[in-house]
Write a protein that binds this ligand. Structure first.
Ligand code: TYC
Length: 126
């Protein structure tokens, strides 16, 4: 027997929500009304990318990283950097899982290249 033909995929696609034709009792059966079904698919899990404070990475480097990788203007980047410096950590942006992982890799590579111990992590939100 061909097992490939009968095997179901590991993660089946969610059922497609087609509008359902419904015949209303009061319309004489002459017209078709499309009723909307409630959307059942959940929005994707999002991730916040967080920078951690340390005693060695220069403030200016952190500001430039936040500007370059998180598209913040200089003033916003400075505020985020100071928040991290004072609180120990700070959110630089919220992204899909893949984009968040890429941001973490890019920031970490830039930090190591420049000899800084800056730590960048991503965390699921909500
Ligand atoms: N604490 C660092 C200093 O005083 C600055 C710094 C800010 C480092 C934010 C890392 O994520 C960081 N030079």
């Amino acid at each position: 027997m061909n097992s490939m033909a009968t095997k179901s995929p590991k993660t089946p696609n969610p059922p497609v929500q087609h509008p359902v034709p419904a015949v209303r009792p009061d319309n004489g059966g002459d017209s078709v009304v499309l009723e909307r079904r409630p959307q059942k698919t959940k929005p994707p899990q999002m991730y916040q990318v967080v920078l951690l404070n340390d005693d060695y990475t220069p403030m200016e480097f952190v500001v430039v990283v936040i500007q370059e990788f998180f598209n913040k203007d200089r003033e916003t980047a400075t505020q985020i950097m100071l928040k991290i410096h004072l609180d120990g950590k700070g959110v630089c942006g919220v992204f899909s899982k893949d984009v968040a992982a890429t941001k973490v890799d890019q920031v970490t590579e830039a930090a190591r290249k420049n000899g800084h111990p800056l730590q960048c992590v991503s965390e699921p939100i909500e």
